[in-house]
Design a protein around this ligand. Structure first.
Ligand code: 6GU
Length: 239
């Protein structure tokens, strides 16, 4: 899979995308990341990429010309991009389901902006989907772009080892994960629940599901309600 990222700050991606699991995933060829600097695509003598908003108001708006040209340069080589994402707090909220959809694409283009926002014609003209990562405001779309790459890359074959498989985890079953423990059994008088030391796999599985449900109900009632409505919960509580 290939991610093309269009940004004014390609250097922001170097360490986060060049470390640990994402580094290895690129070395083994599971995916590649191509960074393009939008500022390289302006004719303006001052390399200006933003301007004042028509109609007045605070802040600056990303101009069409450098973004269109950068996109056209990126898109002319290689397979046709399956999805084009415009990172903005005005977008639809990103979730695990969208991560799974994106992981089935051959190529995804992500446009990260700074300033107040993008000229609306960028979204229209490039057929881009506006995507937000949550209800808070960041200084730019770079961190959100990295969130997309990270969450999609870890679903690709050969990126995670067996030991940290993406199968049995929060959100894959619609619940938050159960509590985890590792050695020692007793740390400052805080002990590991007996059942986890029992070796009784059925009881361990039952305990983990109970804890998942308890935790999800307390912390994420929205997820809990959704889970209750689907068949897994009905099956598990049939007894
Ligand atoms: Cl995609 N961009 C910015 N600037 N802030 C955000 C966001 C995106 N998603 C949540 N907050």
């Amino acid at each position: 899979m290939r991610f093309d990222i269009l940004t004014l700050f390609p250097e922001m991606f170097a360490s986060p995308m060049g470390s640990s699991i994402l580094k290895r995933g690129q070395q083994t060829g599971a995916f590649e990341i191509a960074l393009s600097n939008i500022r390289d695509f302006t004719d303006n003598p001052h390399r200006k990429v933003d301007d004042k908003p028509y109609g007045g108001g605070p802040g600056m708006v990303m101009m069409c010309e450098p973004v269109f040209r950068c996109f056209e340069h990126v898109a002319q080589a290689g397979p046709k991009p399956g999805r084009v994402l415009l990172m903005t707090p005005q977008g639809r909220q990103y979730d695990q389901k969208m991560a799974e959809q994106l992981s089935r694409e051959e190529r995804v283009v992500i446009i990260a902006g700074r300033y107040e926002g993008f000229d609306e014609r960028i979204r229209e003209g490039l057929g881009a989907e506006q995507v937000s990562i949550g209800d808070y405001v960041l200084t730019g779309g770079e961190l959100p772009a990295m969130v997309i790459v990270d969450s999609v890359a870890r679903l690709l074959e050969g990126v995670l080892g067996d030991e940290d498989s993406a199968k049995d985890e929060s959100f894959s079953n619609g619940l938050l994960e159960y509590p985890h423990y590792t050695r020692p059994e007793n740390y400052r008088n805080m002990t590991v629940p007996e059942v986890l030391l029992s070796g009784h796999h059925k009881n361990i599985e039952k305990w983990r599901l109970e804890k998942s449900l308890e935790r999800t109900k307390a912390v994420r009632p929205d997820l809990f309600e959704k889970y209750k409505d689907n068949s897994k919960y009905q099956e598990n509580n049939r007894e």
